[in-house]
Design a protein around this ligand. Structure first.
Ligand code: SF4
Length: 441
C-alpha cells in the first residue's frame, strides 16, 4: 500500500518556504489546469473595534499570499478565498469587511484578482455528510475543482486540536455548526468533525505553523513562534502530523480516531511518509485543555482566587462556538467582580445540551436556550435563573449575574467591544510576534 506523503518545512522566507513545502508533498499534482480553486483560511474570530492577538489564532496573510502567488505562477486564474467568521450577529457585514481590509485580503484582490467571500453571504447546499442530519455546506467550496485548506497549528479546548478537518467547519452554516455540537453520545462533535471532508473536491492541506497556539482556538490561548509549515494532499495525514508537532498523540484525539476508523487507517503514522524536517526535532508540548478542579465544577483560576459558593461546571463538547464566546465573558466578569467577603449562595451554572442540575443548590443558572429547554422544569431546581437566547444576550447575562449578587461595573459592559484588545498587553516587548505576518504589502 502506498503511503501518504506529509512534508514538514521551516518558514524561512516569503514565497520560497511555502513553495518548497508544497512541492515536497507533491501537493499540487492533482490540481487541474484552469481549475477553480477555493482557499479556506482559519479566521475563527475578528474584532473591528480593536487589534486582537492573531498569532496561532488566525492563518497568516503571509502564507495566504504565498499560496495565491504560487497558484498564479501555475497559471490558475479562478481563485476564491472564503471564510465564515464567527460573529455575534450573523447579519453583521462590517466585521468580515474589516477583516478583509486589515488582513490585506483586499490587496490580494487588487494584486492577484482573487475573489474574497464572506460565506454567510453566499449559497449553501444541503448535503449528507453521514452525520445523521443534513449539513448546509458552502456551495463555492463544494463546486470548486480543488480546495486548499490552511488551518493554523493549534490546539482546541473541545476537539484537542484544530487542524485541517476542523478548519472545514467554517464552511458550514451557523445552524449546521450548532448541530455539530449535538447531544448524541456517538454522533457527537468529534464524530461530526471527522465527516467534514467527505464531500470536498481534491484538496491540499497546508498547516500554517509560523505561530502555534496552546489552549486554543481563540485569542485567549498562548501563542508561540514556531516557523513550521506542513503540507499534504491527505487531510487526515496532515492532521496526524500536526497533532504530533503539538506534542499530542494523534491516537488520543477523538476526531482523528474517528476519521482514521472511517478510512480504515491506523493513527500511529505507520502509513504516512514524512518528508523534509523531522517531527521529533520540531514537536513541542502544547496544553489544549483549560484546567478545572478535580470535581470539574470550578475553573482552577477560580479556586486559586478563593471563589466560593458556586459550581461552574466544565464546558463539554455540546456547548457550541456561539455559547463558548459568551461563556468566556461570564467567567471574566465573575473573576473580576467577585468579592471574598460575599461568597455566592450555592449557585450552580449549567451549559450545553446534556448537563443536569445537582442537588443542594439554591440558585441554578441555565445558560443558553439549549439548557433552558432541557432543564427548565427540573425538580432539583429551587430558584431558576435563565439566560435564554441562542446565543444569550449580554443584557440577559447582566441580569442573571445581578440575581446571584454579583455587581459587575457598568464600565465592563460598556467597553466589551474593545475588551479583547487588552490581551495585546502580553505581547509587548516580544518582537517575535510580528503584525507584519498579517499584512499584505
Ligand atoms: S444555546 Fe448555545 S449551545 Fe445551544 S445551540 Fe444556541 S448557541 Fe449553541
Amino acid at each position: 500500500m502506498s503511503k501518504s506523503i506529509v512534508s514538514i518545512g521551516k518558514y524561512e522566507k516569503p514565497f520560497e518556504s511555502v513553495k518548497k513545502v508544497i512541492e515536497l508533498a507533491n501537493g499540487l499534482e492533482n490540481l487541474p489546469s484552469k481549475a477553480k480553486v477555493f482557499i479556506k483560511p482559519n479566521l475563527v474570530y475578528w474584532n473591528r473595534h480593536c487589534t486582537i492577538p492573531k498569532w496561532g489564532v488566525l492563518t497568516t496573510s503571509r502564507v495566504m499570499e504565498d499560496v495565491v502567488a504560487l497558484l498564479k505562477e501555475k497559471g490558475i486564474e479562478d481563485i476564491i478565498i472564503g471564510e465564515g467568521i464567527v460573529k455575534e450577529n450573523p447579519k453583521d457585514k462590517e466585521t468580515a469587511a474589516d477583516a478583509w481590509e486589515r488582513l490585506g485580503y483586499n490587496k490580494l484582490i487588487d494584486k492577484y484578482g482573487v475573489k474574497v467571500y464572506d460565506l454567510f453571504d453566499r449559497p449553501y447546499e444541503k448535503i449528507d455528510l453521514n452525520t445523521g442530519f443534513k449539513t448546509n455546506f458552502s456551495s463555492d467550496a463544494l463546486n470548486a475543482d480543488f480546495l486548499i485548506d490552511i488551518p493554523t497549528l493549534k490546539t482546541h479546548a473541545q476537539a484537542m486540536v484544530s487542524l485541517g478537518l476542523k478548519n472545514l467547519k467554517g464552511l458550514i452554516s451557523v445552524a449546521s455548526r450548532k448541530k455539530f455540537h449535538n447531544a448524541d453520545p456517538v454522533k457527537n462533535l468529534h464524530y461530526n468533525v471527522a465527516q467534514l471532508a467527505n464531500k470536498i473536491p481534491p484538496s491540499l492541506t497546508i498547516i500554517d505553523g509560523i505561530y502555534s497556539l496552546e489552549r486554543g482556538p481563540a485569542i485567549d490561548g498562548k501563542s508561540h513562534r514556531k516557523n513550521i509549515l506542513v503540507a499534504s494532499s491527505d487531510i487526515l495525514s496532515a492532521d496526524m502530523v500536526g497533532a504530533k508537532l503539538l506534542g499530542i498523540d494523534p491516537s488520543t484525539v477523538p476526531y482523528i480516531i474517528q476519521a482514521a476508523k472511517d478510512r480504515n487507517r491506523p493513527t500511529d503514522l505507520s502509513d504516512v511518509e514524512v518528508v523534509g524536517e523531522k517531527i521529533e526535532n520540531l514537536a513541542s508540548h502544547h496544553e489544549w485543555d483549560f484546567k478545572y478542579n478535580d470535581a470539574g465544577d470550578l475553573p482552577l483560576p477560580f479556586q486559586r482566587a478563593g471563589i466560593e459558593g458556586i459550581k461552574y461546571h466544565k464546558y463539554d463538547s455540546t456547548m457550541c462556538t456561539y455559547c463558548s464566546g459568551v461563556n468566556g465573558l461570564i467567567l471574566i466578569a465573575i473573576k473580576m467582580a467577585y468579592r471574598k467577603s460575599k461568597p455566592f449562595d450555592k449557585v450552580e451554572v449549567l451549559s450545553g445540551k446534556v448537563m443536569t442540575p445537582t442537588p443542594g443548590n439554591n440558585k441554578t443558572i441555565l445558560f443558553g436556550q439549549c439548557q433552558y429547554n432541557l432543564n427548565k422544569d427540573h425538580p432539583e431546581i429551587k430558584e431558576l435563573i435563565s439566560i435564554p437566547g441562542c446565543p444569550p444576550s449580554k443584557e440577559d447575562i447582566q441580569n442573571a449575574l445581578q440575581k446571584i449578587g454579583l455587581r459587575v461595573p457598568k464600565s465592563f459592559w460598556d467597553n466589551l467591544d474593545k475588551a479583547p484588545g487588552w490581551l495585546m498587553q502580553k505581547f509587548k516587548g516580544k518582537p517575535e510576534f510580528e503584525e507584519a505576518f498579517f499584512q499584505v504589502k
